[in-house]
Design a binder for this molecule. Structure first.
Ligand SMILES: NC(=O)c1ccc[n+]([C@@H]2O[C@H](COP(=O)([O-])OP(=O)(O)OC[C@H]3O[C@@H](n4cnc5c(N)ncnc54)[C@H](O)[C@@H]3O)[C@@H](O)[C@H]2O)c1
Length: 292
């Protein structure tokens, strides 16, 4: 399907990424079938999108007159059959190969044959996920960044069988969303996580070895390298469990010890110190509510 013929998209999973992806599609004029397994997850997503949209209106990024129009484009659904009306589909369910395999197989059966199926996976092989569907040629990685309404990058990842047409359609769609798509080939961690996670891991090693405190490591990277967030602050924001999972994917995928997860990261995850979402990571969020 040509990019201009895409009017209605399906987003599978209405969590952190799914609600952000639905938000940017709706803001850009697309109708969005937002699918999750329970109504309460859809209600939560609509509430989040509404709050984020109101913030954008307050900042003058979106005209107030568009509010009802944008929210009216969101079509929440628990029934998978609803996605048959979609002209493009993005999957954003949790990062488990088993779950994604099941969800992608179901979606493949429910979508019309010519439709492109994209996955927002952070680390699982696009080629492997494509292979469980009947449309590996119309399958692509569409790796949005969190928070989706704010971050401009989308890594567009070609699986082994992704056709040029599928790839170009996806790149063009990203442009229509006002994003900056970057072409990447399928490889563990793609580019973003392959470069970012070893940086975060090394920062954790410096803390474990007593080279510097988390505050000092982050201060070096912010003040010296002009990074807007320090690597440990960023790790807490991403989730330390997520960082560990991605490092495992890199370690297994390349069979190279340079991706070995730092023991201190393992220890924090084992303790339930998962970063911002659990109230404790390299920083203590529960204490002040401010993050330090
Ligand atoms: N959070 C991030 O910073 C980030 C960044 C880039 C990519 N990703 C990737 O995006 C994907 C989603 O991550 P997230 O952080 O939004 O997860 P999340 O846990 O916040 O949301 C996942 C949603 O999927 C729903 N879900 C579960 N099974 C489903 C099914 N069968 N059908 C439809 N919905 C179902 C859950 O109810 C939940 O609402 C993952 O692959 C993750 O690796 C996450």
């Amino acid at each position: 399907m040509a990019p201009a013929e895409i009017h209605k998209v399906a987003v599978l999973g209405a969590g952190t990424m799914g609600n952000g992806i639905a938000h940017v599609f709706a803001r850009s004029g697309f109708q969005v079938i937002l699918r999750d397994v329970e109504q309460r997850f859809l209600d939560r997503a609509i509430a989040t999108i509404t709050a984020n949209l109101d913030r954008e209106i307050k900042k003058g990024k979106v005209p107030e007159s568009d509010r009802a129009l944008i929210l009216g484009r969101l079509l929440p659904a628990t029934d998978l059959a609803a996605i048959a009306a979609a002209d493009f589909c993005v999957e954003a369910v949790p990062e488990s190969a088993e779950l994604k395999t099941r969800v992608l197989k179901e979606a493949d059966g429910a979508l019309r044959p010519g439709i492109v199926l994209a996955t927002n996976t952070s680390s699982i092989s696009i080629t492997q996920l494509a292979a469980v569907t009947s449309r590996p040629d119309r399958f692509v990685g569409m790796h949005f960044m969190n928070p989706v309404p704010v971050m401009t990058l989308v890594e567009v990842i070609r699986g082994l069988a992704t056709t040029d047409e599928t790839f170009q359609t996806t790149m063009a769609l990203c442009e229509r969303l006002g994003k900056k798509p970057v072409a990447v080939n399928d490889s563990p961690g793609f580019v973003s996580n392959r470069v970012l996670m070893p940086l975060i891991n090394e920062a954790i090693f410096t803390v474990m070895e007593g080279v510097a405190t988390p505050e000092a490591v982050d201060a070096v990277m912010k003040g010296g390298m002009n990074h807007p967030m320090g690597p440990l602050e960023l790790a807490d924001f991403i989730g330390l469990d997520v960082c560990l999972d991605i490092l495992e994917v890199l370690y297994k995928g390349f069979g190279d010890p340079k991706y070995r997860a730092c023991p201190l990261l393992r220890k924090y995850v084992a303790a339930g110190w998962l970063g911002k979402k659990s109230g404790r990571g390299f920083y203590n969020y529960a204490a002040s509510g401010a993050g330090k």
